[in-house]
Design a protein around this ligand. Structure first.
Ligand code: ADP
Ligand code: F6P
Length: 327
């Protein structure tokens, strides 16, 4: 049966994530397969409001799946939280004859999707951010590639930490969510992890490292989430000030944006292809107002109003596991 919606747009929003391009490719090709035409929006909601549209075809999205970043460009557009700016976006969509929109992005972006849906516009979100902080999906597009990058760095730091008998603080991204830090700590065999969800004081980190030393460890890696109450710089300052009492210093590596730019790994390409395809199929069926994510291994749709602004909680059992395995 031919799709009721004939013309859709797709945008990428917020922090770029590895796999966004694979999602764009899947949206375009599956939409075309369902008889729809697709317009790309450059630079997220900012570009939508400014009317930055570009035609997308099955050929123009060729060769992008393996690239990091997003060929559509992305942006932060805080004004999009306001009603008049949302209405300006709706006017742009109407002027282009666009009947549905796919928003590929993270927690903030899906609040933008929910806002457009509240205005009655057909929107489907696709869960994509390295932070994996979005309710309605077990994992977001880009998170495992960012984790791979963090792990590679941690493995290298462990080699030099071991050689020089040193303690390293490695700060990873994730905004207010500790997912990346927790998983990097688990997979990297960290001696300690510092997360927004389970706040600790710098003195607690010092105690964990002293205890590790007493158990015979000659070096240590502490993974610190950037959103923790004390970030790596603040913890290192505590060690500097109390150097004589604590007995050792720490070195800091802040991984920063290198975690974002990698080529997507196999998992993210596959996830992005599945979620992008499901987003196009959902609009083709005339359904909307949902986030497409992966829940318990299945591609699932969750109403945007249920997930907008909801941060996914961390599993406390995994936090305890990091501590047990650091023995
Ligand atoms: P991410 O989507 O990766 O979490 P941001 O939090 O920066 O990144 O959100 C991306 C964009 O989504 C913002 O720049 C803004 O345009 C839009 N957005 C964020 N929060 C809201 C909100 N409460 N209402 C409407 N739009 C929002
Ligand atoms: O949301 C993705 C993310 O990389 C966060 O982990 C980080 O806090 C933020 O974006 C950095 O934002 P910007 O690229 O605007 O500096």
């Amino acid at each position: 049966m031919a799709s009721a919606i004939r013309r859709i747009a797709v945008l990428t929003s917020g922090g770029d994530a590895p796999g966004m391009n694979a999602a764009v490719r899947a949206v375009v090709r599956c939409a075309v397969a369902q008889g729809m035409t697709v317009v790309g929006v450059r630079n997220g909601f900012a570009g939508l409001v400014a009317g930055e549209f570009t035609p997308l075809t099955v050929r123009s999205v060729g060769g992008i799946m393996q690239q990091g970043g997003t060929v559509l460009g992305s942006a932060r557009c805080p004004e999009f939280a306001t009603e008049p700016v949302q209405r300006a976006a709706l006017e742009q969509l109407a002027a282009q004859g666009i009947e549905g929109l796919v928003v590929i992005g993270g927690n903030g972006s899906q609040q933008g999707s929910a806002a457009l849906a509240r205005h009655g516009f057909p929107v489907v979100g696709v869960a994509s951010t390295i932070d994996n902080d979005l309710a309605g999906t077990d994992i977001t597009i880009g998170a495992t590639t960012a984790l791979d990058v963090a792990l590679e760095a941690i493995d290298r730091l462990r080699a030099t930490a071991s050689a020089m008998h040193r303690a390293f603080l490695v700060e990873v991204m994730g905004r207010k969510c500790g997912y990346l830090a927790l998983m990097a700590a688990l997979a990297g065999g960290a001696e300690a992890v510092v997360l927004p969800e389970f706040p600790v004081e710098p003195e607690d980190v010092a105690r964990a490292l002293q205890e590790a030393q007493m158990r015979g460890k000659s070096h240590a890696i502490v993974v610190v989430a950037e959103g923790a109450p004390y970030n790596a710089t603040a913890i290192a300052e505590h060690f500097r000030v109390h150097r004589d009492r604590l007995g050792f210093e720490v070195r800091v590596t802040i991984l920063g944006h290198v975690q974002r730019g990698a080529a997507p790994n196999a998992f993210d390409r596959i996830l992005a292809s599945q979620l992008g395809a499901a987003a196009a199929d959902t609009l083709a069926r005339g359904e909307h107002g949902v986030l497409i994510g992966l829940r318990q291994g299945r591609v699932s749709a969750t109403p945007l109003h249920e997930i907008a602004g909801v941060q996914k909680p961390l599993d406390p059992a995994l936090y305890r596991l990091v501590q047990v395995l650091a023995m």
